[in-house]
Design a protein around this ligand. Structure first.
Ligand code: ARG
Length: 477
């Protein structure tokens, strides 16, 4: 029997009952639903709307239901459209009239909004913690490979030699920005809609600040109509997940490239590779490719919700039921992909000789040779032109800059001296770029120090958030 059976003469069609249900997704929110209901009951008790004994029965009853769901003993009913109805039905069956009084001064509209916000906060908490672990792994790899030189690229062409650590740290900072985006989504979710009722508030003397406080929210929502129909925080979550997947995907693309025979910069460990059913020699970077591929579905989750929201009049509309599956999928996908990335980086083998050998090829010293001339008084534009001619000369003679004699150099400019050789060593080239944020050894050492400070700061943020509202990681199945 439906909760609204008073108004109806016939029960809902069996197919539409299933079609209209959100239980398959929101059953993952049972902890949040129960937390929300306990807080609501306590607030009603404090305000004298419910008796102390009703509140006690409700709390004990709800905790027992949580226990049953935890154990997998809970029996869902075909008529349970969602987790809110399932829990309330069972509570009423278990404790009688007190259970029926719980739904005083609230509606499923503010209930679903509250549960979804609590759940989004828990998902984001888990994602921030994983983002922190991933960055720790990247920083560890940067420390471990400090001194390894690789070619830096623009347009996928050899550009200038860089430290491999510098390259890895570029990703560290991308993921640091992702942490901030996830945290911003958390702040957006951290507002309590409970007590907004169906859309207009209620005549009961609710203390919404108290409920918000009990649930660990920062403050209650200031407008009941916005409260029941706002899903912006889920869009923030989805956007944060999408950008982070994009960063993972870029790194995966590099991992795939670096592990080709042509590059040979890294070898992924067996635990993060797969073989071929026909070609015995194959070792494929499947998990990097899979992460790259999964980026598309997370973007899809973002676009789906953007589209669902775009024409909704105020306040609650059933379309909003569609808002949960995407964020759950995106959060789970991002979390799994971060875990996978941590494993790949932690267990790969870095071939520093292959990287260094490539770092010297493709005239990567050309900028430094031009700088050499400019530092001896030649305008940089002129120096650029002369080195361009030198490169052309080398290409025609199929040699590198390091193969030229001093006489050959001097044919292009008398400013060249014996010490030009010092500008051709890829290791020295990378080492010398010590401007703040550059690839030089000193600059990268400072960068690693700043990275570890950023990690400490973000760990403190996660701890602070957790202290404020004890969360559960609901991405785990
Ligand atoms: N199952 C609904 C959802 O997930 C709950 C809210 C229903 N409210 C309503 N008036 N039908 O969005």
């Amino acid at each position: 029997m439906a909760l609204w059976s008073g108004r109806f003469e016939q029960s809902v069609d069996e197919f539409t009952q299933r079609f209209g249900a959100s239980l398959p997704v929101d059953k993952y929110m049972y902890r949040q639903d129960i937390r929300g209901s306990i807080a609501h009951a306590k607030m009603l008790g404090k305000q004298g709307v419910l008796s102390r004994s009703d509140v006690e029965h409700i709390e004990v009853g709800l905790l027992e239901i949580e226990n049953q769901i935890n154990q997998g003993h809970f029996k869902f009913d075909v008529n349970d459209e969602d987790i809110h109805m399932a829990v309330e039905r069972e509570l009423t069956e278990d404790i009688g009239a007190a259970g029926q009084r719980l739904h005083t001064g609230r509606s499923r509209n503010d209930q679903v909004a509250t549960d979804t916000r609590l759940w989004a906060k828990d998902l984001l908490d888990g994602l921030m913690a994983e983002n922190y672990s991933l960055r720790k792994v990247i920083l560890r790899a940067a420390h471990k490979n400090y001194g390894v030189i690789m070619p830096g690229y623009t347009h996928m062409q050899h550009a200038q030699p860089v430290l491999f650590s510098h390259h890895l740290l570029a990703y560290f900072w991308m993921f640091t920005r992702d942490f901030k985006r996830l945290h911003d989504a958390y702040v957006a979710a951290d507002v309590c809609p409970l007590g907004s009722a169906a859309l207009a508030g209620t005549t009961y003397p609710l203390d919404r600040h108290y409920t918000a406080d009990l649930l660990g929210f920062d403050h209650p929502t200031p407008n009941s109509m916005d409260a029941v129909s706002d899903r912006d925080y889920l869009l923030d979550l989805l956007y944060a997940c999408s950008v982070s997947m994009m960063h993972l995907s870029r790194l995966c693309e590099e991992i795939v490239t670096w592990s080709t025979t042509e590059f040979g910069f890294i070898t992924l460990s067996d635990s993060y590779s797969t073989g071929s059913s026909i070609m015995p020699q194959k070792k494929n970077p499947d998990f990097a490719e899979l992460t790259r591929g999964k980026t598309g579905r997370v973007y899809g989750d973002l676009f789906a919700l953007m589209t669902t929201m775009k024409s909704l009049p105020l306040a609650y509309n059933k379309d909003l039921q569609e808002c949960k599956e995407g964020p759950l999928d995106a959060a789970k996908t991002l979390r799994d992909c971060m875990i996978c990335m941590e494993g790949m980086i932690d267990t790969w083998t870095v071939h520093s000789h292959a990287m260094l050998a490539e770092a010297g090829l493709g005239f990567t010293a050309a900028t430094d040779v031009a700088d050499y001339l400019a530092k001896r008084g030649m305008p940089f534009r002129k120096a650029h032109e002369i080195v361009g001619e030198l490169v052309l000369y080398c290409e025609k003679h199929k040699v590198g800059l390091e193969d030229l004699t001093l006489e050959e150099f001097r044919k292009f400019s008398p400013l060249f001296g014996r010490d030009v050789v010092g500008t051709l060593d890829p290791e020295k080239i990378a080492q010398a770029r010590n401007t703040y944020g550059g690839t030089g050894h000193e600059a990268v050492r400072l960068q690693m120090h700043e990275a570890s400070k950023a990690l400490k700061r973000d760990r403190a943020t996660v701890k602070r958030m957790r202290a404020k509202s004890a969360g559960t990681d609901t991405t785990a199945e």
